[in-house]
Design a binder for this molecule. Structure first.
Ligand code: SIN
Length: 479
């Protein structure tokens, strides 16, 4: 029996009873937990029409009017924290304690951008003649369409939605087919908060039909996407036709450098938090760790003790740290990278085995620690998206920086040192958009999140995050 049969939310209406359904299953048990409509071009069209109609009123409201509604939305999310978190664990598999953390994280974007919307300032610049004045104003981009991923079913929506709405834009999101229920629950709370109809629309739909519509309708002024670099590349091609504004938060392959003067306990704690968050399924997870030779053995001893403590299982159960991988493809990628590393000489100190149940279609992987890694191994070049921590030894800072930067990706990188001048040099040399210095959990609403190179375009969060939803207009005035 399905437990959550939900509908699309378009123009303030719950619609899609008559459509074919997408089945939502629990990745920890394989059970069907709900259904949502499988919309197509017609539903996307309705959402664009609604968002466009709503734009006139929403964009003209004062920033503090919009902030009041966003604040009510934030309060409702916090009141429904437990319910949202349980739904998230059911459809995504992450441990309940992490889902509760994600609700806080998701809500923090709404709280922060509600206030940031009040600080969208223009400028007055001295003119080029005595009777010339230059005014620069900021205006909302217009209708925004978002495509979001399954790994953070709530936060990857609110990180886009909150700045868009605060800036005066209207918003359409297509959530992923694995985790649409959390998105629809957010829409329910937005409706209760009094966000006007058409301002926030959720369209569960077939990805191709959705993107065909949003890229071909000139009323959609911006696309924002979080997901793989492969899909990001396709979206960039599509966006070129109408020269559409684009924000892309794509794949990562985060290196971690542990220097010989690091506080090893701090490094272990932070690397554990970074690597095993969401079972290793985040774009900024520590993907490969380089440890200086003088502390290599001591570090591995401390780290293996911590990895051994992790418990994998159903995220609804007390004490579980590692949930399932999202699907078979994700599982096979992890399995093949571990096999490749072991065949090429890596040693497995903890875990190492997959725990797939093909009958139930569930895919757990044991928290795993691999040591004696080297550059020839796939895991040191390709994002893993699973609970596997590979360690390689290095001698000099130059070598560690070369290894860290030797990738087409540039999202997040981490390093551990107590020496300030060494740290400044390393932080400036790393070609990444986010640097954690003695920190493995850098994400927060007030800081700009985003990558260099093939990890994306634009930033989410911080002052930069609202700029992505604003146009700059120059008014040249003769008086
Ligand atoms: C991601 O994995 O894309 C987001 C991670 C974060 O926001 O910390």
């Amino acid at each position: 029996m399905s437990r959550f049969d939900m509908l699309n939310y378009i123009d303030g209406q719950w619609v899609g009873h008559d459509l074919e359904k997408i089945k939502v299953t629990n990745p920890a048990t394989g059970e069907l937990i709900g259904t949502v409509p499988n919309g197509g071009e017609a539903e996307t069209q309705l959402a664009i029409d609604a968002a466009h109609r709503a734009l006139g009123d929403w964009s003209k409201r004062t920033a503090s009017d919009r902030a009041d509604l966003l604040r009510t939305f934030f309060n409702l999310i916090m009141e429904h924290k437990q319910e949202l978190a349980e739904l998230m664990t059911l459809e995504n598999g992450k441990p309940l304690k992490e889902s509760l953390g994600e609700v806080d994280y998701a809500a923090s974007f709404i709280e922060w951008f509600a206030e940031e919307g009040k600080r969208v300032y223009g400028r007055t610049i001295p003119g080029k003649r005595e009777n010339h004045r230059i005014k620069v104003i900021k205006q909302p981009v217009g209708v925004v369409a978002a495509i979001t991923p399954w790994n953070f079913p709530a936060a990857m929506i609110t990180r886009k939605l909150a700045p868009a709405l605060a800036a005066g834009c209207t918003f359409i999101v297509k959530p992923p087919e694995q985790t649409p229920l959390t998105a629809l629950k957010l829409a329910e709370l937005a409706e209760q908060a009094g966000i006007p109809k058409g301002v926030f629309n959720v369209v569960c739909a077939d990805p191709e039909s959705f993107s065909n519509k949003i890229f071909s309708d000139m009323r959609v002024r911006k696309i924002t996407f979080t997901g793989s670099t492969e899909v990001g590349r396709l979206l960039m091609k599509k966006a070129s036709e109408n020269i559409m504004r684009l924000s892309l938060e794509l794949g990562g392959h985060a290196p971690v450098i542990v220097c010989d003067d690091a506080d090893l306990d701090q490094a272990v704690e932070m690397i554990m938090a970074s690597k095993f968050r969401n079972s290793g399924q985040t774009c900024i997870c520590a993907n490969r760790v380089y440890v200086q030779s003088g502390v290599y053995d001591a570090f591995i001893e401390k780290l293996s003790g911590e990895v051994k403590k992790l418990k994998w299982g159903n995220g609804m159960e007390e004490g579980v740290d590692i949930g399932p991988l999202i699907d078979k493809d994700g599982y096979q990628k992890v399995e093949s990278q571990v096999k490749d590393a072991l065949e090429k000489g890596a040693k497995c100190l903890v875990g190492g085995s997959g725990r797939a149940d093909l009958e139930k279609d569930t895919y757990f992987f044991e928290p795993t620690l691999l040591v004696d890694m080297n550059e020839s191994m796939d895991m040191m070049h390709i994002e893993t998206f699973g609970p596997v921590l590979p360690i390689q030894k290095f001698e000099s800072d130059e070598e560690a920086i070369r290894l860290a930067n030797d990738t087409p990706f540039g999202l997040a990188a981490y390093f551990f040192t107590q020496n300030v001048s060494r740290g400044i040099k390393i932080s400036e040399a790393l070609e990444y958009g986010i640097i954690g210095w003695n920190d493995g959990v850098p994400s927060c609403a007030q800081a700009p999140f985003g990558g260099m190179k093939q990890s994306g375009l634009g930033r989410e969060g911080g002052t930069e995050g609202i700029e992505e939803y604003l146009e700059t207009k120059y008014i040249s005035l003769s008086i």
